[in-house]
Design a protein around this ligand. Structure first.
Ligand code: ADP
Length: 642
């Protein structure tokens, strides 16, 4: 085969990223080892999963391990795994770029954290700094990798300064060797060729890794007699054998989910969480269940204390791993957890699972379906019983995701409605449950009022709420995009119907019929003048202080929904809205008198447009012609001031 060495440039974002992590992690160098071990363990997971349907991949053996080999003289540290390995193209694809979805979000998060050079460790933890962190300790990194089931290997090499080379290579066994040529060790720094340091770091960060992390260590045994007792020399000291080299497993691989709750310490729960989640913050809480009976499983699940940056990205991985009798089956097991619980991380171990189950048939598996159902129920119950303070923390981070369930999980809708929290016109920025809202309803109030919009500020001051505020009716303020769907899925709560404060009539105070009749020809006129803007002009039941607002019919999409749909690129039929005018407002009386004097007065057109623009401004919308708006206001001010 032609031996070709290619030189490639790193993508710009890789260079930036590398610079950043090297500068921000130098006080926490050791985590590079955790990252490399975790990559190795993932590579083995992937191989063992693939081998379930293609046994040939394991022809070199199924004894998985990750080996650490320090070399004090050469000043290198080598990490070898017998996992899935990479092809030439995979190396280019995976090592020269940063996981696509992460990059943008990462850079954004960077912008936010003002101090450009020191990223908070928690922040980095969320992104999984991965392979590149090895450049914190290495001057040069060499990767030699051979995919399972293939003969050709690939060698990748870089000094981390913007370029890497890649060429064909020889490798005797499948998997990946990562050879770090270490930087000189400064005084008081960790030496990653020291046995003690490596032991300590593996124990600290990678103890729960599922495969043995091994290292050759020198052991000196003592001579023993046939009963296994040490033979003593003439001074009574044990006689030592010549030193031998043995491979020692450094990690405990303890499957704590399989233990009894009482045998696991808080510390172990936390460590296990940071191991599976790569999140350095402690979890908010954990659930550890052992289910026996028809549906048997162990689950150790965590709620993170912070929402990850990619919670709303469609390609986001789920956080639940599936095991069968401590054998890893798969990561990212969507079938166990509905999308609206995708923030949950942890492990589910189902002893009765078919080991050869594939992702494709997982969904049809009756056992998996039962576990799914059972877990959802248990999680929702557990959430209901969280201490108030924890629940609020949880809701701040994940409430918007949980609410998606109202729309997608009909079987648990009542439970989810109880768990939902909203801010309201009277809650002063605090969360309230629907239950509490209902108990606070006024004696003459029949419906639960809500309003949707993209910020609390915009809706809390909306003219649509004037009548309701005057009546002292509380209004739910819904500002999450998902709320639009939530409300469609939730027609009522405890027999109280939900009613939009913005769409349709409020049916609370009937508009004065004689007054309405008196205004009807003026309204016809305004409607004809605003033909392009609105579909109807009518007296308002919403307004008290403002003169105009826009509303929809009860079954129209709300203004916010329209904005959302447009933002997501969906084409929307231009839907015209209703202009509501406040016939108790002095301005309307003035316009009425102009109209009575001369039905064709040119000022009527200007005032109609102004009423429309004022309504738009009132709901925080954009007016079509700001120049005209400010000219008209200017003229009016001049007149008013004489
Ligand atoms: P991450 O692990 O967060 O995806 P990394 O930069 O650590 O990011 O690794 C990038 C990719 O390179 C991995 O997703 C994986 O596909 C590949 N990779 C890294 N290390 C190994 C390995 N030891 N064996 C096989 N593939 C690997």
């Amino acid at each position: 085969m032609e031996h070709k060495k290619e030189t490639h440039q790193f993508k710009t974002e890789v260079k930036q990223f590398m610079h950043l992590i090297i500068n921000s992690l130098y006080s926490n160098k050791e985590i590079f080892l955790r990252e490399l071990i975790s990559n190795a363990s993932d590579a083995i997971d992937r191989l063992s999963f693939k081998a379930q349907t293609d046994a040939k991949l394991l022809e070199e053996g199924a004894e998985f391990k990750i080996k650490i080999t320090p070399d004090k003289t050469a000043k290198t540290l080598t990490l070898s795994d017998n996992g899935i390995g990479m092809t030439h193209d995979e190396v280019v694809e995976n090592i020269g770029t940063i996981a696509k979805s992460g990059t943008a979000a990462f850079m954004q998060a960077m912008e936010k954290s003002k101090n450009q050079n020191t990223l908070a460790p928690e922040l980095i933890g969320q992104f999984g700094v991965g392979f590149y962190s090895a450049f914190i300790v290495a001057d040069k990194i060499t990767i030699i990798t051979r995919p399972a089931g293939e003969a050709t290997a690939t060698k990748w090499e870089s000094t981390g300064d913007g370029e890497y080379t890649i060429e064909p290579a020889e490798k005797a066994s499948r998997g990946t060797d990562i050879i770090l040529t270490l930087k000189p060790v400064e005084k008081d720094e960790q030496d990653f060729t020291e046995e003690w340091t490596l032991r300590h770091v593996v124990k600290k960060h990678s103890d729960f890794v599922n495969y043995p992390v091994v290292m050759d260590v020198e052991q000196i045994d003592t001579e023993t007699d046939e009963n296994g007792k040490p033979i003593l020399d003439k001074d009574g000291k044990p006689i030592k054998k010549a030193p031998v080299i043995r491979e020692e497993t450094l990690n405990s691989m303890k499957a704590i989910w399989a233990k009894d709750k009482k045998d696991v310490t808080e510390e172990e729960y936390k460590d296990f969480y940071s191991h599976i989640s790569h999140d350095w913050n402690p979890p908010l809480t954990q659930f550890h269940w052992k289910l026996e009976g028809v549906t048997e499983y162990n689950a150790l699940l965590y709620i993170p204390s912070q929402a990850p940056f990619d919670l709303f990205m469609p390609e986001r991985k789920h956080g639940v791993q599936l095991y069968c009798r401590r054998v890893f089956i798969m990561d990212d097991c969507k079938e166990l957890m509905p999308a609206y619980l995708r923030f949950i991380k942890g492990v589910v171990d189902a002893p009765d699972l078919n080991l050869n189950i594939s992702r494709e048939i997982l969904q049809q598996d009756a056992l998996v379906r039962n576990i799914h159902k059972n877990l959802v129920k248990k999680i929702l119950d557990a959430l209901e019983h969280l201490p108030l303070e924890d629940y609020e923390k949880f809701y701040n981070e994940f409430g918007a995701v949980l609410k998606e369930g109202l729309h997608s999980d009909w079987a648990n809708r009542d439970k989810l409605a109880k768990l939902a929290r909203f801010k309201t016109t009277t809650s002063e920025g605090k969360w309230t449950s629907l239950q509490d809202y209902v108990t606070r309803m006024k004696p003459d109030q029949n419906e639960i009022y809500y309003m949707t919009g993209d910020s609390l500020n915009a809706i809390i001051n909306s003219p649509h709420l004037e009548t309701l505020k005057e009546k002292d009716y509380e209004v739910l303020l819904m500002t999450d995009p998902v709320d639009e769907f939530v409300i469609q899925a939730l027609p009522e709560f405890e027999k109280k119907k939900f009613k939009s404060a913005e769409k349709g009539d409020l049916d609370i105070d009937k508009v004065d019929e004689t007054k309405k009749a008196a205004y009807s020809s003026l309204f016809e006129k305004i409607k004809s003048l605003l033909e392009d803007q609105v579909k109807e002009v009518k007296p308002s039941s919403h307004l008290r202080d403002s003169v105009s607002c826009l509303s929809g019919d009860t079954y129209d999409v709300s203004a916010y929904m329209e904005k959302l749909l447009k933002a997501s690129g969906q084409s929307m039929p231009e839907s015209k809205r209703i202009l509501e005018l406040n016939i108790t407002h002095p301005v309307m009386e003035k316009i009425q008198s102009i109209f009575e004097k001369n039905q064709d007065d040119a000022a009527l057109k200007d005032y109609s447009l102004l009423l429309y623009d004022l309504a738009l401004v009132g709901e925080g919308g954009k007016i079509e012609n700001p120049a005209r708006f400010s000219r008209l206001i200017g003229e009016l001010m001049a007149k008013a001031m004489g």
